[in-house]
Ligand binder design. Structure first.
Ligand code: AMP
Ligand code: MG
Length: 396
């Protein structure tokens, strides 16, 4: 059996970036992968501007603070003021450009206005430059906004938008077809036949794959028969970059995925020393990659998260795939070492990480309350206070 690290290395070696790109509106770019570098061709802010609603003052360097200031202009956001003579004030609003000659801004709470004459409240000692946001202090002209291979998140989208970029060149999403094997599977929403099991993997995996930026297509349910499995795999592979199936990949008589894959294409990897999730198949059918995930929902979730996610991201052109995660204090006991690398479902609180729910590979309820996984290396036991590797969910 392959170790998790070896399996991951093999998957990444086989993950060839598809390369094709497209230009899309920025508002649609969440989770997509940048296909080129972006640098700022403007300064943000574009001009020195006020950080407060208040008054811009023109104070001569080192001169004593005047007792009062005539208010000679009013500048709202979006307007340009005119030069402010020394000893004068301009009414100014947050985001409005600082007029030439103004040296600082006092907030309106620190001021008293008598008609058109401004006085500072007692003890208010304004400092030169205060409450002025400087031109380019957030994003300087020429600064790097995004590098090729970055997965865009909402903050990246704001960064590009603030810099005046309205659309973005990203790699095309991978076309992923999802197949659900299992005669027992019933559709959520339908009545459950005796002996039936609702298909929970399909909507879970569709959600996970969409969050990764894949274009997911449901390839439907596949009966537990060899011929039907081959036909479904073949049809899905003809029109997909990647085909992902769940279930039927173990060694029972009802498991046909491995044999179908070997007959249609190549089986390059099977069985990984991971818990939950040992049965996992990887290979190719025609021009498509094929990944057979285990049927148990927690196994499908964990193997997708740990092994398949980096593979898909690399296929979509993402860089910086070093496995995420950081050391966090465990607040639980895990006394049972295993020969496989284990992934426990945990929640994070002020004391550290807690195990949530039951840890069995079919226990969806524990998964639903978890904030992430703890990686337990083969043979490792855990005691409260140990620092363990925490892999939070939702990290692209
Ligand atoms: P298998 O690997 O096909 O033997 O499936 C292992 C277990 O996972 C069995 O209990 C199946 O009923 C269950 N299972 C398989 N596919 C799904 C699915 N799509 N949704 C929920 N449970 C599933
Ligand atoms: Mg099955």
């Amino acid at each position: 059996m392959l170790s998790v690290n070896d399996a991951l290395a093999r998957l990444l070696a086989a993950a060839l970036p598809a390369g094709a790109s497209e230009t899309i509106a920025l508002g649609l770019a969440d989770a997509r992968i940048a296909a080129r570098d972006y640098t700022a061709s403007v300064n943000v802010p574009a001009l020195d501007n006020s950080a407060m609603d208040g008054y811009a003052l023109a104070l001569a360097d080192g001169a004593p603070l005047p007792a009062s200031f005539p208010v000679v202009q009013r500048i709202a956001a979006g307007q340009l003021g005119t030069a402010l003579p020394a000893g004068c004030a301009a009414r100014i609003f947050t985001g409005a450009p600082i007029p030439p000659g103004a040296t600082l801004v006092v907030m309106q709470e620190d001021c008293e206005l008598l008609d058109t004459t401004l006085q500072l409240k007692p003890d208010v000692q304004p400092k030169p430059g205060q409450h002025i946001r400087r031109k380019g202090e957030d994003i300087a002209h020429g600064a790097t906004l995004l590098q090729r291979g970055d997965a865009l998140n909402p903050a990246h989208i704001a960064l590009l938008a603030a810099s005046g970029i309205g659309d973005v060149e990203v790699y095309r999403p991978l076309k992923v077809t999802l197949l659900s094997t299992g005669d027992e599977l019933a559709e959520p929403g339908d009545p459950l036949p005796a002996g039936g099991v609702y298909n929970s993997n399909r909507p879970m995996l569709i959600a996970m794959l969409r969050a990764l930026g894949c274009a997911v297509r449901d390839g439907g349910k596949v009966p537990d028969q060899r011929a039907a499995t081959e036909a479904a795999l073949q049809a899905a592979a003809a029109d997909s970059d990647v085909v992902i199936s769940t279930g039927g990949v173990s060694v029972g008589e009802e498991d046909h995925v491995k044999a179908a894959l070997s007959a249609l294409g190549t089986l390059d990897l099977w069985k990984v020393a991971i818990k939950p999730g040992k049965p996992l198949a990887f290979g190719r059918i025609g021009n498509a990659d094929f990944i057979g995930l285990p049927g148990n929902p927690v196994s499908a979730f964990v193997t997708l998260q740990v092994l398949v996610r980096p593979f898909l991201l690399k296929r979509m052109g993402a860089s910086g795939l070093a496995t995420s995660g950081w050391p966090v204090r465990a607040d639980f006991n895990w006394p049972r070492p295993d020969s496989r690398q284990e992934y426990l479902r945990v929640a994070l609180d002020a004391n550290g990480l807690q195990l949530v729910g039951q840890q069995g590979s079919a226990m969806i309820s524990g998964l639903a309350g978890a904030h992430g996984l703890v990686e337990v290396t083969p043979g490792q036991i855990i005691q409260p206070g140990d620092m363990v590797r925490f892999l939070p969910f939702q990290s692209r």
